[in-house]
Design a protein around this ligand. Structure first.
Ligand code: AMP
Length: 399
């Protein structure tokens, strides 16, 4: 089955066409600057990247350009759009209403809209993308795959906050967690690589990208995760603070004369390793600056690794043990010193890292030594493939 996977942001749209039988990517790319001017990046498998600047006032024009590129006589990978048998959409927030991926219907879109409050930047963009595809390809079944779904089975003790219960009842304030598609994909792959049954394994997945989160996956279920009501909680990230004493926010806001929104903007956009180092949110820049003796860049790296290690310790306790740790996403897949820096704290678990094996970038690899008590892997995430797999399963089951 040929599946179009769509991931819509407020002014962007990433796409891939995947043949689910071979799991090969037939074409991929993105539309940028939607609503501003518009640019399509298109790359067929084995071919060169093509960049076309063209007006894209809305996501509908963007989707249309992607579809035209896919059936283009010279560089298209499809003879006709009829070959697309399903479309899988990433949807960020499914609140408590979506615990699994689901077929997109009018009813489902309404329910997703009712979750917009909790993901005001993402969900509306996801819905715009869904509607654009429905208009242009009304007969193709579509599936919504939720970032929050994989974490929807956490126990209440993990997802409740220590605040009056009525705020959970009235406003559904609780931990939801994000990057679920990645945590699910990587934890499943970790079990395969470890040669252990997924439903009898304790895995900690460190999804370390510009946004970063960590999850405890016990017997195939996410039992805890570091992001919360929003993707601001937990690890220190590129520009996000992660965990902080809420009183510090009031303290700074009073000193600066800020309202709550301004303070939260600081926590989301001006904090993290960028805010600490004053150098960059990108770990390549931080590594380079630290190597040249920049102390704040080094401090940011140290704080990042320390926080990840503290969560690994906490989740080991949450599961009463850990069999496998997996590093994924931009930093997890590419930054040796972060993996080493985190694992240096974990020798008490009997973890030892093979320095040579750890010298890896963007490749699946066991980086712990054969005698390490916990297996540690680098596993590149592949959210598009995970969305494609979910989409195929739901569509086949709905027939
Ligand atoms: P993601 O959000 O998963 O795309 O991850 C993006 C982040 O990964 C960037 O901000 C960098 O900090 C980091 N990153 C990507 N590539 C590399 C690399 N080759 N070496 C070190 N860090 C990298």
């Amino acid at each position: 089955m040929k599946v179009l996977v769509i991931n819509c942001g407020s002014s962007s749209l990433k796409y891939q066409v995947i043949d689910s039988d071979t799991e090969g990517v037939l074409a991929k790319g993105l539309c940028e600057r939607i609503g501003i001017d518009g640019r399509l990046v298109y790359q067929p498998a084995g071919g060169d990247k093509e960049i076309t600047d063209a007006p894209m006032p809305t996501h509908k024009e963007a989707v249309r350009m992607v579809l035209d590129a896919l059936v283009n006589e010279k560089t298209g990978v499809l003879k006709s759009l009829d070959e697309v048998e399903a479309i899988g959409h990433r949807v960020v927030h499914g609140e408590e209403k979506f615990r699994e991926s689901a077929l997109i219907t009018d009813e489902m879109i309404k329910t997703v809209e009712s979750c917009n409050d909790l993901a005001p930047l993402h969900n509306p963009a996801n819905i715009i993308g869904i509607n654009a595809c429905r208009e242009l390809m009304p007969n193709v079944p579509m599936v919504g795959v939720f970032d929050t779904a994989f974490h929807a089975h956490m126990p209440a003790k993990a997802y409740m906050y220590g605040i009056p219960y009525k705020y959970y009842e009235q406003y559904k304030v609780r931990r939801y967690g994000f990057h679920g598609t990645s945590h699910s994909f990587v934890s499943k792959r970790a079990a395969e690589l470890a040669g252990k049954p997924y439903n009898n394994l304790k895995t900690i997945v460190c999804h370390l990208g510009n946004g970063a989160s960590i999850s405890a996956v016990e017997n195939g279920v996410s039992v805890d995760t570091s992001m919360g009501l929003s993707p601001l909680e937990g690890l220190i990230m590129g520009t996000r603070s992660g965990d902080i004493d809420p009183s510090a926010i009031e303290f700074i806001a009073k000193k600066e004369g800020w309202d709550i929104s301004r303070a939260v903007q600081m926590l989301n956009k001006e904090s993290g390793v960028d805010g600490i180092s004053g150098v960059s949110s990108d770990f390549r820049d931080l590594e380079a600056a630290a190597a040249e003796g920049n102390e704040r860049a080094q401090l940011a790296l140290d704080m990042f690794c320390y926080r990840v290690a503290k969560y690994v310790g906490a989740y080991t306790a949450a599961m009463n043990g850990v069999d496998v740790i997996a590093f994924t996403a931009g930093i997890g897949e590419n930054t040796k010193i972060v993996r080493q820096g985190v694992c240096d704290y974990l020798t008490f678990l009997g973890i030892t890292i093979d320095d040579e094996a750890n010298n890896v970038k963007g490749e699946e690899k066991l980086i712990s030594t054969p005698d390490s008590k916990v297996k540690v892997y680098v596993i590149p995430t592949n959210e598009e493939l995970a969305i494609c797999r979910e989409t195929v399963e739901i569509v086949k089951n709905s027939r």
